[in-house]
Design a binder for this molecule. Structure first.
Ligand code: GLA
Length: 388
């Protein structure tokens, strides 16, 4: 990725590499999840927001059927052909780009008679921090192609296309929270997602009005969704729903938990309990933030973290320490965010205490012998759009 990305610098990088101006520059943001973890693939409720860190895609059409993508960090562009698209042909990170084209075809876009494109990518979304750098690439490419090929696809359809790219081409069995936040985000707002109802509604967060800031604490413990724990959690949820005789865990409420504890083994019960209680916390958080303001959501964030730590078991010591230290230093609320097994925690704090909280977390990590975390503020920001 190039040094200081912006729409202009990405257009310039395109011109340097390809010897012509791009047709345009499009961008899509990463996200943090305020609350609602591992609920998306259970048809549930999620409440993330788009952040100011984005991926820019400068795109120019070609005369032939070739697709190329380049990013400043890679010595050579990756290539594919519109005549030979398939997940088995995509290599590494280029799957995020070519996977979107493949997913468009899978969902009915006719690629015959179309010409290919060149893309230059630039991003300032940190990789592997749980901030959805992958969704940012997919969504930037998807909106660029929607314009360039004049497809007229709705944002809702683009969500499903980008999710299919992630699931089918990249091979990560995720839900669609990340793509929904990236495509539907609005400045100053969270996106209240109901996966089953296929809705994504903006809810004003008022952090700045209340003197609050949201800190991201990137633990630098790497997570990998394509393998391991994420898929295992997803399977437990599916097993739990089947044993309870429902289509998905969305069909259960807290009133079903006494029956669930009888029917399910201990581990599956705790997985189910997390998802059921987390859905309730998301609904409550959206209500509380609208009626009482963001200072009143702290306990819900803390309860969400405890549920992930104790019942869903996706936290790690670094995330727990970040949360505990933030709370001990006056945070309104704090929790791990994203898929888990590493990545980032968030802390909602008084803006004038940011330096203090950061220093306390850094000191706690040093005392514990953990790698120094990377800590920064994020603001609810605009979703994917055309820049140039
Ligand atoms: C990752 C996935 C999302 C979601 C979260 C957990 O970020 O990409 O779809 O499942 O984990 O809430």
């Amino acid at each position: 990725m190039i040094d200081i990305p912006s729409p202009e610098s990405t257009a310039q990088a395109f011109e340097d590499r390809y010897g012509r101006r791009p047709d345009g520059v499009w961008s899509a943001p990463g996200r943090v999840n305020l609350i609602g973890e591992h609920t998306d693939y259970n048809d549930g409720l999620v409440f993330p927001f788009a952040i100011e860190r984005r991926t820019w895609a400068a795109m120019g059409r070609r005369e032939d059927r070739t697709l190329t993508v380049h990013s400043g960090a890679m010595p050579e562009p990756a290539q594919a052909s519109l005549d030979e698209l398939g997940p088995e042909r995509f290599d590494g990170w280029s799957a995020y780009v070519f996977g979107v084209v493949w997913a468009m075809e899978q969902r009915g876009v006719d690629l015959s008679g179309r010409t290919g494109f060149d893309i230059m990518l630039a991003s300032d979304v940190p990789l592997g921090a749980g901030l959805s750098s992958s969704a940012a690439i997919e969504c930037a490419v998807a909106i660029a192609l929607n314009d360039e090929w004049e497809l007229g696809l709705t944002r809702r359809e683009l969500i499903y296309i980008c999710q299919l790219a992630e699931n089918g081409a990249v091979g990560a069995p995720t839900g669609n929270m990340d793509q929904t936040a990236s495509l539907m985000g609005e400045a100053g707002h969270g996106v209240l997602i109901d996966v089953r109802a296929e809705t994504a509604d903006p809810v004003a967060l008022h952090f700045a009005d209340e003197g609050l800031e949201l800190l991201v604490i990137d633990t630098r413990v790497h997570h990998e969704h394509a393998t391991g724990g994420y898929g295992a959690r997803r399977k437990s949820c599916e097993d739990g729903a089947a044993a309870m005789g429902v289509a998905s865990l969305r069909d259960l409420t807290e009133e079903d938990l006494p029956r669930a504890v009888e029917v399910l083994d201990d581990e599956t019960f705790r997985r189910v309990k997390h998802v059921v209680t987390e859905n309730a916390r998301v609904a409550r958080t959206a209500e509380v933030v609208a009626n009482e303001g963001p200072r009143a959501i702290g306990d819900l964030l803390v309860a969400s973290h405890a549920s992930m730590r104790d019942d869903f078991e996706i936290s790690v010591p670094e995330l727990d320490l970040a949360v505990e230290t933030a709370l001990a230093n006056g945070a309104v609320g704090s929790r791990m965010t994203g898929g888990g097994f590493g990545g980032a925690a968030i802390a909602l704090i008084d803006a004038d205490r940011a330096a203090e909280v950061e220093a306390a977390i850094e000191a706690a990590f040093a005392d514990a012998g953990f790698t120094a975390p990377i800590i920064f503020v994020v603001n609810p920001s605009a979703g994917a759009h055309r820049d140039l």
